[in-house]
Design a protein around this ligand. Structure first.
Ligand SMILES: Nc1ncnc2c1ncn2[C@@H]1O[C@H](COP(=O)(O)OP(=O)(O)OP(=O)(O)O)[C@@H](O)[C@H]1O
Ligand SMILES: [Mg+2]
Length: 254
């Protein structure tokens, strides 16, 4: 589903942002991407979404093609608040579906169901300015989840949520992935979230952004996030990922 082959990228021609990055994600896989701030995680997602052009001669394919902005294959949830201030929660959540040509009534219906699932039933007609940051984030989540796209690119989607809401939405994400055979590339700073959700955790180091580890998560599916807290494999894998992240830092500082 994602095939990144030895990508080098520099924005200013002097400093490498990404260097020799290889990333392969199979259809149906859930891959978490972790690494220090500024290591190029968002840049990598932007490349996969076709928001950034690839330097000539380099190979990056998504679903067998060069990334194209607005592709039906891909739903991208940006890290920053990406709601349209002039649309209410329902129309924000339905936006991606409308753009893809779904009739408005049907798009609203699907979006309303998703808003309920992210805990925002009753807030359909609120404007973004009348919602809290976490609520706006959940509207953006509903928009992403509502899309039938096989590939989800998610940039710190649960970043500013309280612990309880986060748990609920992590479980919802796992459930949606199981039902729909989705492929997910998921950026997070939260290593326990990375291990809990993913099949593999890919760890990057910064300046230049390189991939320093690719850890397979030995946990069965279906998973329940709450039950993982007492799972030995969960803690062992967490420690392993943490160590790689730390080594990336030592390498960087040295
Ligand atoms: N459009 C751009 N022009 C110039 N430099 C950029 C651009 N976008 C990103 N960068 C630089 O590329 C590097 C990687 O940025 P990126 O946003 O991908 O990091 P990140 O891993 O997502 O960080 P964070 O965890 O803080 O979100 C940073 O040094 C950033 O300053
Ligand atoms: Mg980022």
């Amino acid at each position: 589903m994602i095939d990144v082959q030895h990508i080098d990228l520099s924005f200013d021609g002097t400093q490498w942002v990404l260097q020799g990055v290889d990333l392969h994600v199979k259809s149906g896989e859930f891959v978490a991407l972790a690494g220090p701030s500024g290591c190029g995680k968002t840049t990598l997602l932007n490349l996969c979404a076709g928001l950034l052009d690839l330097p000539p001669g380099q190979r990056l394919q998504v679903a067998g093609q060069a990334p194209k902005l607005g592709s039906r294959e891909v739903a991208y949830m940006l890290a920053r608040d990406s709601l349209f201030p002039w649309l209410n929660a329902l129309d924000n959540a339905a936006f991606g579906l409308k753009v893809r040509g779904m009739p408005i009534a049907e798009a609203r219906d699907r979006a309303a169901k998703m808003l309920k699932q992210v805990g925002l039933g009753g807030f359909e007609y609120r404007m973004p300015k009348a919602l809290s940051h976490g609520m706006r984030q959940r509207v953006a989540l509903a928009r992403t989840f509502a899309m039938p796209s096989p590939l989800l690119l998610m940039d710190e989607p649960f970043g500013s949520l309280d612990a309880q809401t986060k748990l609920q939405l992590q479980d919802l994400l796992l459930q949606l992935c199981q039902e729909g055979n989705r492929t997910v590339l998921f950026v997070t700073h939260d290593l326990s979230e990375a291990v809990a959700l993913a099949d593999r955790v890919v760890v990057m180091s910064s300046r230049p952004g390189r991939i320093v580890a690719d850890v397979t998560v030995p946990l069965e599916r279906p998973r329940s996030i709450r039950q993982l807290q007492t799972n030995e494999n969960f803690h062992r894998t967490y420690a392993q990922v943490w160590k790689h992240l730390e080594e990336g830092w030592v390498h960087h500082e040295g």
